[in-house]
Design a protein around this ligand. Sequence first.
Ligand SMILES: [Zn+2]
Length: 394
Amino acid sequence: MIRALLLSILVAWICGPQVLFSAPPGNRSQSISSEGPVIGVLLLEGVFQGSVSSDAGSLILQWQSGQVVVDSPLSFEAADGALQVGDRLFRESVRIRATAGDMQIGHRMHEGWVEWIPDAPYSGSWKLIERLPMERYLIGVVSREMSASSFPASALEAQAVAARTYSYFQYRTRNRSRRHHVYGDTRSQAYGGTARVPQEVIDAVEKTRGMILLTSGQIFESFYHSTCGGRTCSAAEAFGMADVSSMRSVSCAGCEGSRFSSWRREVEQTEMLRALEDVCEGTGVTVGTVKQLVPVETAQSGHVPYIRVVHSSGSFEVETQRLRTALASSGGGRLRSSSFQVLHTADRFVFDGKGWGHGVGMCQVGARGYALRGANRTWILQHYYPGAQIRRLW
Ligand SMILES: [Zn+2]
């Protein structure tokens, strides 16, 4: 879950936690069924291509003025303002589903309709979107965010509540006239479609149906991450967000000794220079030989929000999250977290770090550890989101 983070952070930074929950308990919106509101998931955007297949061997293709049954598999290409699906060309929205059973697009398995929509006029690009009830969407999230075979039921249930809260926050804060509210990947939350989901995940979502977290009566963007390495990071420290009391730093013994509780990453001088040039593109700063990286304002949790870069032509500061992204884009792989110490050797920088992910909110591997020791979902959620209350909305 790395998310539509920048916009989310901006919203939260400006507004703090959103005062969005105003209906009293039990006073459900008429438009929200027991499956929750319909949420739009952006699967692909821009120009793209791929194929659609179904177990049934056939697919239904439907557009404003027509419908046809076609053989599976079917290739598609969205580009230059035109969408080719099989041997048909469209310039309007088109949707597709299997005639029976499940449909596969890329790595995702879908039960219902998926739709290609032209993007803004004259942009020439497209969006591939799935719109489905929140509770159905959540089974596709939980099954990708946690392994049903190795995570106990209480961890899966805690994950379902955290993911529902995050999703509902996106649903309420994004303009609801937009066709989508979340990305179908870790820019928001991992999502693998709703078909062929393990029963344990379906049960976890069902047991927590409609439950979300509130802090002081307000919904908040309940971030979560893979592994904290011993202590989570507050949203204020990691993202500069207005202080959200339920996303403060807490200790975590649940992920102790896990695979990514500690890590080492060595970055060669040339790779670091390439990433920093990417960071500085358009700023007018010319990066010389990188001599030193100095963590700035290291948080109590060990997370490093900024790094001062000392190079042969001067120095500047960069957000650690920005450097992580740039290192990933440069092809060398991302730093697993922003909790680290860094040393400089003759030709490389050696990062010794803890955890995986941004470190904010629930530590998923920690939730597993506590669940294995008998903790229930309420204990897990209140540990990682201190002071949060659980409220059922539908
Ligand atoms: Zn942890």
